[in-house]
Design a protein. Structure first.
Length: 246
């Protein structure tokens, strides 16, 4: 990945931060957006201090599609066309069926679904100029295992498969690959803080085929493969990284 340009949405913490670091370690020039400005700056500074390429980053709420598009334009102007796009941003806030209002629905979709489409729309012209590229959309096993507590999130994330397959033929003609990486229960700081109690540990033992927890680095490893030329014949596919949970 050395010298490749990569754009990540939601890159300031959690899985996104692991993605940014993994690409930087490979020598890629990474740009990312996130609402968490302090965490983003700390990540960029830490990577630069290690002698890695300092990531380009900007505070951006992806709900504002025009701001996301402007960030992509500015990053392209500063760095060049992007070889790789990772649509990572998401929010799995819990909600019940009876609580959902049209406004809440629209905001969940605006975080978990809409930005992916418009980020793709923004990077494709540059990928065409480069002669190809790789787009990786992050899905969720939540809808696959019929987990309750977030029906709007499940709906939005399940659409990553439809978006991916719906664009694969059109983009493939330009040698642009598009795939889905579907994480299981990943031990980000947020997940550990909110959910990893004794019941959570029991849930992992009961439902995963593999006994080890899934970490952000496990997701990054699969994303790196799909971003690289090693996956040049792979598109329109879903890759589940969940230790056999689903």
């Amino acid at each position: 990945m050395a010298g490749r340009r990569v754009f990540v949405t939601g890159g300031g913490s959690g899985i996104g931060a692991a993605l940014v670091e993994a690409f930087a370690v490979q020598g890629a020039q990474v740009a990312f957006v996130d609402v968490a400005e302090d965490a983003s700056e700390a990540l960029a500074g830490r990577l630069a201090a290690q002698g890695l390429p300092r990531p380009w980053h900007r505070r951006c709420d992806v709900v504002d599609v025009s701001a996301l598009q402007q960030a992509l334009r500015d990053a392209t102007s500063d760095l060049g066309d992007f070889h790789v796009l990772v649509n990572n941003v998401g929010s799995d806030d819990r909600h019940a069926l009876h609580e959902v209002t049209p406004e809440y629905w629209d905001r969940r979709v605006a975080i978990n679904q809409k930005p992916a489409f418009f980020a793709i729309q923004s990077v494709v012209p540059g990928m065409k100029r480069l002669g190809g590229g790789s787009i990786i959309n992050l899905g969720s096993t939540g809808w696959r295992i019929k987990a309750g507590g977030y029906p709007v999130y499940a709906t939005a994330k399940s659409s990553m498969n439809g978006l991916t397959r719906g664009l694969a033929h059109e983009l493939g003609a330009e040698r642009i690959r598009i795939n889905v990486v579907t994480p299981g229960w990943v031990m980000t700081e947020r997940q550990v803080e909110l959910w990893l109690d004794a019941a959570g540990e029991a849930d992992i033992r009961r439902n995963q085929c593999l006994p080890d927890k899934v970490w952000p680095d496990d997701i990054a490893a699969m994303v790196l493969f799909l971003a690289s030329d090693e996956s040049r014949a792979i598109t329109a596919q879903e890759f589940v990284v969940d230790a056999g949970r689903s």
